[in-house]
Design a protein around this ligand. Structure first.
Ligand code: ARG
Length: 313
């Protein structure tokens, strides 16, 4: 074996070590009934409606981009009475259990305006071989919105406050048998963790600390060996944390030059897909897609009985 073979092996080994194990299988909801009918976040204004054909085109381009990168995207139909259902990230938290079973903890939306989404999503998952469970439903029990939860390091990192409730963290930890690290969200414009946190590989993530209270911001930064720290303005005006990573490609709604320079220096390729119509409802690329391939035992250590770790008050 020559020197160059050795180098190739070392380079491949490093790539294999750092890439996220998950992010190659998504579900998404085709925007056939996307509207802004009510106000449950600061971006929504029923006087500013999305343009249907433009939204349709943007969504299809996003899905084609993900598929072009080798990801699988399975599509659910949108209920006509559920204008926010396009934000599929919030339908439920999918994991592959260490038994190999595919499981979804269904979301229990904070606002009643979105709760009917689960009535279509639960049977859709069940028909496709997923087992499902819930931490609360129909207004009873803990609220959980899956856009708050990400496998990272030794835990499922879960934002709570505006949408997900603290009690849901305990249910998630014991039902899934994982460690849950809670982060208190304190910013009205970053009401889901996915607007402020985006895992990139096993050491790097985009993090916008202004989304969190002081103790949680410190706790989250301490979990990320190499954070790409976003300013409040970058996160709020470009939705750049609300991106999806497929291998070494970051699919982003926009990418400020400074952010692009850092991503490229780290070896990522940036692909920008305009989903601006969906910003009118307060979500972007991550919100429109829901990864279901996070695997316990690979992406998230199994912890018998579960454990919850909260930042100091
Ligand atoms: N209008 C939706 C809501 O307020 C937007 C959801 C955005 N999704 C997300 N994963 N951040 O619930």
């Amino acid at each position: 074996m020559g020197m160059s073979d050795c180098l190739t092996i070392i380079v491949l080994w490093e790539v294999a070590l750092s890439e996220l194990g998950w992010g190659r299988h998504y579900i998404a909801v085709e925007p056939t009934h996307f509207r802004v009918d009510y106000v449950i976040n600061p971006y929504m204004d029923p006087a500013v409606q999305p343009d249907g054909p433009t939204a349709w085109r943007q969504w299809h381009e996003m899905v084609a981009t993900l598929r072009g990168l080798g990801a699988t995207v399975d599509v659910l139909a949108q209920r006509s009475d559920a204008p926010d259902m396009v934000y599929a990230m919030n339908l439920g938290l999918g994991v592959v259990r260490d038994t190999g079973d595919r499981h979804v903890v269904m979301s229990h939306m904070r606002y009643p305006e979105r709760r009917m989404e689960s009535r279509s999503a639960q049977p859709w998952f069940a028909e496709r071989g997923f087992t499902t469970s819930y931490v609360g439903r129909d207004g009873v029990g803990a609220h959980l919105e899956a856009g708050d939860a990400f496998a990272w390091g030794d835990a499922l990192v879960v934002g709570y406050g505006p949408r997900t409730e603290e009690l849901a963290l305990k249910h998630l930890a014991s039902d899934l048998g994982v460690r849950v690290r809670g982060m208190r969200i304190a910013h009205p414009g970053m009401y889901h963790l996915d607007l402020a946190f985006c895992p990139l590989d096993d050491r790097r993530a985009m993090v916008c600390p202004s989304a969190l209270d002081e103790a949680s911001a410190q706790a989250l930064l301490a979990l990320v060996p190499e954070p790409l720290v976003l300013t409040e303005e970058e996160a709020l005006t470009t939705f750049c944390a609300n991106s999806v990573v497929v291998g070494h490609t970051v699919v982003m709604p926009a990418c400020p030059d400074r952010v692009r320079a850092q991503l490229e220096e780290w070896g990522f390729e940036v692909v920008v897909v305009d989903v601006s119509e969906f910003h009118k409802g307060g979500g972007s690329i991550r919100c429109l897609t829901n990864p279901v391939d996070v695997t316990i035992g690979r992406d998230l250590p199994a912890v018998a009985g579960g454990a919850v770790v909260l930042p100091p008050e």
